[in-house]
Design a protein around this ligand. Structure first.
Ligand code: ADP
Ligand code: ZN
Length: 619
């Protein structure tokens, strides 16, 4: 395995600040001031009377509560008109005075309660509502109390999906594994009559965009059953209990439509290991997860409801979800290899007009690391580019440009490797494989790949155990350590430096060495003693707080023994790979060209390389 350390990117929810409220409030006050009195001078009633008597009031409007009007003001020789307002005082002489001065006046009746009502009730409520909506949008997945408990959105089954297996390409292994499920959904009676046990839950594991949703839909489409689609994050709500109610609702609906498929995307959003967060976990999520477990246990799989989950982080899932009777079947949806990519391109290019001489194989060769969603996007981009250029069909230049664009996007997401990284990964994986092929006690290599698998790994080497193993000898364990070390040593020999990618390998190798010394009594120096009492569960204090039953001195010796095993393995592997350096080069080169080498192919390749090597050695 080769680990990618740039992977983790934590998204923080944007904080809603108190400033928003203050600004809204200030705005409200300004608005009110503007509406109520635009540049108005507030004067006392006595001043008003005086102004009237002096003939400085030009006109006024009289209401029950106030007098409003225009007055003349003389300031440094110039006169200007000012609007004034004054509270009305019970004054029977007012009209007389106005008449005598010839002021234009008018009475007004208004229903003051309307304005008061509007400003003191409607406006504040309106603003509160807006603020409230705003806060909720920020904090929770958009929802309001209105949708309480009811599952929202797509909870209604999609009945006639037009997706079939023909629309899914490049992931044939996964398709094969799902064939049985389709058979069952089509004719559940047949299986029931035989008393067969049908899986309840199938977990699709794979990177985003590899086609997990598409695959689940295709299963429903092939079997002709309804499809319920929900995302794990949709279950996790702000209000405790809502998610659980949704799960119940979902299963109720599905029950009525059986046989059918329930698809839960982003299962990890819901099924994160419980208690993983010591600072007071997420009650709501836990409740929802518990409800899901209860529902999964509660219904009879023979009814024909299959639950499919999708995740790209299976290691995050609560182990309770993976127990028998739940998501016990796991289907890996890999990133497509060269052939797979060509097949996917063919699917998506079906409805696109291509130039005659276009070669989708070479397009596939240019797009290592692309997943199905990227390829669909690629075809679409190319078609758009062609349209923009007023071409009648999509040609190679459009594809090339579209690839460049998508690559740029992906590189930002750190999903594609640059050439140097690719070379390192190729040598690293070839190192593992070559060591495995050279040692007599190692399991044969089934596949080497540098197509990133899962999130962290940039490449992988698969070994296939020839038989089930319960006992392993010391030599076999040492060979295992050697294989883990092989990746790093290969990097060291070829590039004369080492990358961070080997950390995971070293961890595993050290783990084996530790077990050999501490538990299996396989170290000459420490002898036939075991220093560890089996594997205690973590919560019983196994993990970090485990009590040591041996002295500091012994601990030091154990460490030294582990180090000795590791050092010896390093030297052994280094000698081996240095001797076979040319073969290593040949393997890495082929791997870079093909991205994947399967077991049989690898055998042949090794034979050829060996022959070539001997020839050159003799010459
Ligand atoms: P995921 O659920 O794994 O994130 P999706 O199923 O949502 O991926 O894939 C998104 C789109 O990418 C699909 O609708 C389809 O157009 C395209 N796609 C992905 N994988 C494939 C595939 N193997 N074959 C054909 N199209 C694919
Ligand atoms: Zn490795």
């Amino acid at each position: 395995m080769f680990k990618d350390f740039k992977k983790i990117q934590i998204k923080m929810p944007k904080k809603f600040s108190v400033w928003h409220i203050i600004i809204a409030f200030g705005f409200f006050i300004l608005l009110q001031m503007y509406l109520m009195n635009p540049g108005v001078r507030d004067i006392t009633y006595s001043d008003f009377k005086k102004l009237v008597k002096d003939g400085n009031v030009l006109e006024c409007h009289i209401t029950h509560t106030m007098v409003r009007g225009k007055l003349r003001e003389i300031e440094r020789g110039t006169t200007k008109n000012v609007i004034f307002i004054t509270a009305r005082v019970d004054d029977p002489d007012l009209v007389k005075d106005l008449e005598s001065m010839g002021v234009r006046y008018a009475g007004h009746y208004e229903s003051p309660w309307f304005r008061t009502f509007f400003f003191s009730w409607v406006m504040p409520l309106l603003i509160l509502f807006v603020v409230w909506r705003f806060v909720f949008k920020r904090f929770g997945p958009a929802s309001s109390i209105m949708t309480f408990g009811k599952s929202k959105g797509r909870l209604y089954a999609q009945e006639d999906l037009n997706v079939t297996f023909d629309d899914v390409a490049g992931i044939d292994e996964a398709k094969e594994e799902l064939q049985e499920i389709i058979e069952f959904l089509k004719t559940p009676e047949k299986f029931r009559a035989l008393g067969g046990k049908i899986p309840k839950g199938v977990l699709l594991v794979g990177a985003p965009g590899t086609g997990k949703t598409l695959l689940a839909k295709a299963v429903a489409g092939e079997a002709g059953v309804p499809f319920f689609n929900m995302s794990g994050s949709e279950f996790v709500e702000m209000f405790v209990g809502v998610g659980a109610a949704r799960v119940r609702d979902l299963f109720n609906q599905a029950d009525q439509k059986a046989p059918c498929i329930i698809f839960i995307d982003e299962l990890d959003a819901l099924g994160k290991a419980r208690g993983a967060n010591p600072m007071g976990g997420h009650d709501e999520r836990e409740q929802t997860l518990n409800q899901l477990l209860v529902e999964m246990d509660g219904f009879d799989s023979n009814k024909g409801v299959i639950i499919m989950g999708a995740t790209n982080r299976p290691e995050m899932l609560d182990s309770a979800l993976l127990r028998p009777g739940r998501f016990d079947r796991q289907v890996v949806v890999d990133r497509p290899d060269l052939h797979g990519r060509e097949a996917i391109l063919n699917v998506h290019a079906k409805d696109v007009k291509l130039e005659k001489e276009i070669n989708l194989h070479s397009v596939a060769a240019m797009t290592p690391g692309f997943v199905g969603a990227d390829l669909a996007n690629l075809v679409n981009e190319a078609a758009l580019l062609a349209a923009r250029r007023n071409k009648k069909a999509v040609g190679m230049p459009e594809f090339e440009e579209a690839i460049d664009r998508i690559m740029a996007g992906l590189e930002k997401k750190k999903r594609l490797m640059n050439m140097k990284e690719k070379e390192i990964v190729a040598y690293h994986e070839s190192g593992h494989a070559l060591v495995a092929c050279s040692l007599p006690h190692a399991d044969p290599v089934r596949k080497i790949s540098m197509i990133p698998r899962g999130i962290g790994a940039l490449g992988y080497t698969l070994q296939k155990p020839t038989e089930d193993r319960y006992l392993m000898t010391r030599t076999e364990l040492l060979d295992r350590v050697a294989i883990f070390v092989g990746g790093r040593v290969a990097e060291e020999i070829i590039f004369n430096e080492i990358s961070t990618g080997a950390q995971n390998d070293l961890e595993k190798a050290t783990e084996i060495a530790k077990l050999m010394v501490k538990e299996y009594g396989m170290s000459d120096k420490m002898g036939l003693v075991t220093f560890e009492q089996g594997n205690r569960p973590l919560f019983l204090g196994g993990g970090f707080a485990a009590s040591k039953e041996y002295s500091e001195e012994t601990a030091r010796e154990i460490d030294l023994e582990i180090k000795k095993i590791m050092d010896e393995s390093f030297h052994r592997v280094k000698a081996l790979l240095t001797e076979k350096k040319e073969i290593l080069r040949g393997m890495a080169k082929t791997l870079m060209e093909q991205e994947v080498i399967e077991g049989e192919e690898l055998k042949k390749l090794l034979e050829e390389l060996h022959k070539a090597n001997e020839k050159s050695a003799r010459a």
